[in-house]
Design a protein around this ligand. Structure first.
Ligand code: SF4
Length: 387
């Protein structure tokens, strides 16, 4: 299966549900059980989807009260990024009373957490570039429609809602004046990429979907060098290990500094993408008939058995004849989420006492991520507990 395509299609389907809920006041729970067709894929809408949408929809409702809301507005970015450049923002809100412009972006990816802002080496905070551009484009078009709408006294709020990625999402406010300064910087950086000899700067965000990684001219050396450097390896180390028929020597984890380990951790998604790319690329070459040294193609485990389309009733008749009642699965009680939907919030309180919910695992995420930092276990001990 084309997994990248499927994940993108999932995002398209969830965006569509979110838009329908915002524009027509629908309840995301009403989509549960449906299958939505998006970008050539069938996307089943599970009980998780309303849960993922809940917080974002609430925030949009809160911020759009008494304000003008626009969905899927096209923003023209040609003045910053060059001719024909632009994009489509998920939600734009203009609140004239509060002098607030909000740009809200859903991100449904679960892999790389994306934040609304980031800090440079000097500790200065900057907005997420994509959202800054959308915020600027949206504010510009609002200004064109209502003369002098914006100015330094307006606040631009950038919001990313990324419900499936731990540590993803967040909000960042800046003045329109500060936004203009950021746009100048982004435009300057973007112009550098037009130089065909511009140096390639690899990183886990920009390289993730870049096709240059696997280009037929040998791929991108900057990217493979970065991957190798994370494991303190060079091309020569790999060549030597290959010659000796051993695994390349990886550094021992406790011997690396916490800074180094934290950096490697922040790149873990890129490393797993690299391994997936290697696997996919080799399989592709093998399918085309090329010999991959030391490897062969085999078929994986057979999938789950299922009844053929249109004959499930015939199968049921045979099973009932043979097994009687045992032909059917036992009745199951509905889940707490389904119960809440059917009962409504008030009656649901009657069964809340019987419901439990996992707290969620503990993970290390960027300090700029949304969510309160947990205290280390040692801090939770009282003096009496410490021996
Ligand atoms: S793979 Fe290479 S060309 Fe693509 S973003 Fe990374 S460094 Fe740049």
């Amino acid at each position: 299966m084309d997994t990248a395509g499927f994940y993108a299609a999932e995002g398209t389907a969830y965006h569509e549900i979110a838009e329908l809920c915002v524009m027509h006041g629908l309840d995301p729970a009403d989509f549960v059980g449906l299958t939505m067709r998006a970008d050539g894929h069938d996307i089943p809408i599970t009980e998780d989807v309303p849960r993922w949408l809940e917080r974002g929809l609430e925030r949009i409702a809160q911020l759009s009260e008494g304000a003008e809301l626009q969905c899927e507005s096209r923003v023209d970015l040609s003045a910053v990024l060059g001719k024909g450049e632009g994009g489509r923002l998920d939600i734009g809100i203009i609140n004239r009373t509060r002098r607030l412009i909000v740009v809200f972006d859903w991100k449904f990816g679960a892999g790389v957490p994306v934040q609304a802002s980031w800090k440079d080496e000097a500790g200065a905070e900057h907005p997420n570039e994509q959202l800054a551009l959308y915020g600027w484009g949206f504010a510009e078009s609002a200004m064109r429609r209502a003369d002098k709408l914006c100015g330094d006294e307006w606040t631009i709020r950038l919001i990313i809602e990324q419900p499936r990625a731990q540590g993803g999402g967040g909000e960042y406010d800046l003045s329109y004046f500060a936004l203009e300064e950021e746009i100048e910087r982004i435009g300057f950086e973007a112009a550098k990429t037009n130089d065909p000899n511009a140096p390639r700067i690899a990183g886990h965000v920009q390289c993730k979907f870049c096709k240059a990684k696997l280009a037929s001219n040998g791929g991108c050396k900057a990217h493979s060098d970065l991957v190798l450097s994370l494991a303190d390896l060079t091309d020569d180390d790999i060549a030597q290990a290959q010659e000796d028929d051993v695994y390349p020597p990886l550094p021992r984890v406790p011997e690396l500094s916490l800074e180094r380990l934290a950096y490697i951790h922040s790149c873990s998604d890129m490393l797993s993408h690299f391994l997936n790319d290697v696997q996919g690329y080799l399989l592709d070459r093998a399918k085309k008939g090329e010999k991959v040294p030391g490897m062969k193609m085999v078929r994986g485990r057979a999938g789950h058995r299922k009844y053929k389309e249109g004959v499930a009733e015939d199968a049921a008749a045979v099973l009932v004849e043979e097994l009687g009642e045992k032909a059917y699965q036992p009745q199951e009680i509905i889940s707490p989420a389904q119960a809440e939907k059917l009962l409504g919030k008030e009656k649901y309180s009657k069964i809340k006492q019987f419901v439990t919910q996992d707290q969620g695992g503990i993970a290390l995420v960027s300090v700029h991520s949304r969510g309160e930092a947990l205290r280390p276990t040692e801090d939770l001990l009282t003096d009496d507990d410490v021996i």
